[in-house]
Design a protein around this ligand. Structure first.
Ligand SMILES: NC(=O)c1ccc[n+]([C@@H]2O[C@H](COP(=O)([O-])OP(=O)(O)OC[C@H]3O[C@@H](n4cnc5c(N)ncnc54)[C@H](OP(=O)(O)O)[C@@H]3O)[C@@H](O)[C@H]2O)c1
Length: 412
């Protein structure tokens, strides 16, 4: 007889789906810091639509978007969910997972019950006219981030995804190693390879902010793999070492500088002090490279604290590609450096199927190292996100075990 509910770590027989499940979720009436806002509750397992897949989650990746979801800032995610006809009183956090396919919608092909998969986080309406016309789904009006813009995230015993999100899991990686890198890695892939002509070319210097973080650890490897020269920005010697091990040609410690944030007005006396800081930072990049070459691509995500400096140090004709504003959204840039040196700003958000698959293939081929820094038990999901919010996580990506025991590879 099918059990109504399994405990965390218990694996139901393949294809057997209980009525209820454990899930780490947030609710609008407790938005706040992750350690309080993200809590385990028992809820109904979601029903599938014709193009959906239900995946038993073995491990889930920790990403910063769950911190935003917990806080209800900059948006209340339950309101976004309403647009897709999903529940509005709760939101299961999590946009990265590894697991086993347990059930499929009636129209799904190419994925089978029992497949060991990782899940990418890009969702869109398959009937979206933009997508149907063969355009990049990443730019579709119905594009959304699974587990952030949608309800049924990965920090639960089961997750509901669109079947095209399922990618083959790299054999030999443990469930937690496999769960962690897809969102940040595929995002970095689009940032570095998705915006021609500013794709990484051999010899290019690429400045990677937060080199030891989730995005940065994978961006460094992608740049090195393309023959570029990644320079990582870090805040400690341990993080610098981590980045060099991943392939950074050099590092810059941002703690050696103080000119961060919104700069003073260009015609105020303080401007020259700010400029001296930005010039010093640019010189530190040249020292890290070993010659006077500035970054053709600046890999941006801290936002408010760093954009004025990114704008300054980016090379003539280069690109500042940005996917977040972790330190804030307001910025001031000196447009002289933008137009005179003909630089480009490019927003970038997540990825499409091809970009996610291209990144996953690099992981499966062993060309990209999973950079799992730490794994937390399911019960500590809120804590793991609090540590991320506080900048207190170890280097690399972080995962939470849901169904899997520690270290198990999930090899067939
Ligand atoms: N739009 C998208 O598609 C997308 C996808 C993935 C992630 N994101 C967003 O990207 C951001 C970063 O994600 P992540 O997974 O890399 O987070 P993470 O693992 O927490 O890493 C962020 C890094 O930023 C650096 N940092 C912190 N404060 C900084 C400051 N004031 N100035 C410069 N650097 C600072 C830290 O490195 P140091 O302290 O060593 O400098 C840290 O390692 C988050 O806001 C996330 O939501 C967006």
């Amino acid at each position: 007889m099918t059990k109504d509910l399994y405990e965390i770590g218990e694996i139901p027989p393949l294809g057997e789906v209980p009525a209820r499940m454990h899930a780490q979720l947030v609710r609008p009436d407790r938005f706040g810091e992750p350690v309080e806002a993200i809590r385990d509750e028992v809820i109904d397992v979601p029903e599938l639509g014709p193009t959906d897949a239900l995946v038993l989650v073995m491990a889930a990746g920790v990403n910063f978007n769950n911190v935003w979801a917990a806080r209800g800032v900059p948006v209340d995610v339950t309101k976004t969910q309403a647009r897709w006809g999903e529940p509005t009183d709760f939101h299961i956090v999590g946009s990265d997972a590894s697991g086993i396919v347990y059930a499929l919608g009636s129209d799904v092909t190419g994925v089978a019950v029992g497949d060991h998969v990782v899940l990418h986080a890009g969702q869109w309406d398959p009937a979206d006219a933009w997508v149907v016309d063969g355009n990049d789904p990443g730019l579709a009006p119905t594009f959304r981030v699974w587990g952030y813009d949608t309800c049924w995230g990965s920090m639960a015993q089961f997750t509901k995804v669109q079947a095209h999100q399922c990618l083959p899991k790299a054999e030999g990686l443990s469930w937690d190693e496999a769960a962690a890198p897809t969102l940040t890695g595929a995002t970095a892939y689009r940032m570095l390879h998705g915006w021609p002509p500013h794709t990484v070319e051999p010899g290019d210097v690429v400045l990677v902010w937060g080199g030891a973080g989730g995005l940065g650890s994978l961006a460094i490897q992608l740049v090195a793999l393309a023959g570029g020269r990644p320079v990582a920005v870090v805040s400690s010697e341990e993080k610098a070492e981590h980045c060099r091990r991943l392939g950074a040609v050099g590092t810059v410690n941002r703690k050696d500088f103080t000119h961060w944030g919104v700069p003073p007005a260009w015609d105020s006396p303080d401007w020259t002090t700010w400029l001296a800081g930005a010039k010093g930072f640019g010189k530190a990049i040249w020292e890290a490279v070993g010659e006077k070459v500035s970054p053709r691509i600046v890999f941006e995500h801290p936002g408010q604290d760093t954009i004025p400096t990114s704008n300054f140090v980016c090379d003539r004709g280069g690109m500042i590609v940005i996917c977040a504003g972790t330190t804030g959204y307001d910025t001031v840039i000196d447009v002289r450096y933008l137009w005179y040196l003909q630089k480009r700003y490019q927003g970038s958000h997540l990825f499409n199927d091809e970009q996610a698959a291209a990144f996953n293939d690099l992981v499966r081929e062993g060309k990209i190292r999973a950079t799992l820094g730490h794994t937390y038990p399911y019960e500590e999901t809120g804590l793991a996100h609090q540590l991320m919010a506080d900048g207190a996580l170890p280097e690399g990506n972080v995962a939470v075990l849901v169904g899997a025991p520690p270290g198990e590879t999930g090899a067939d």
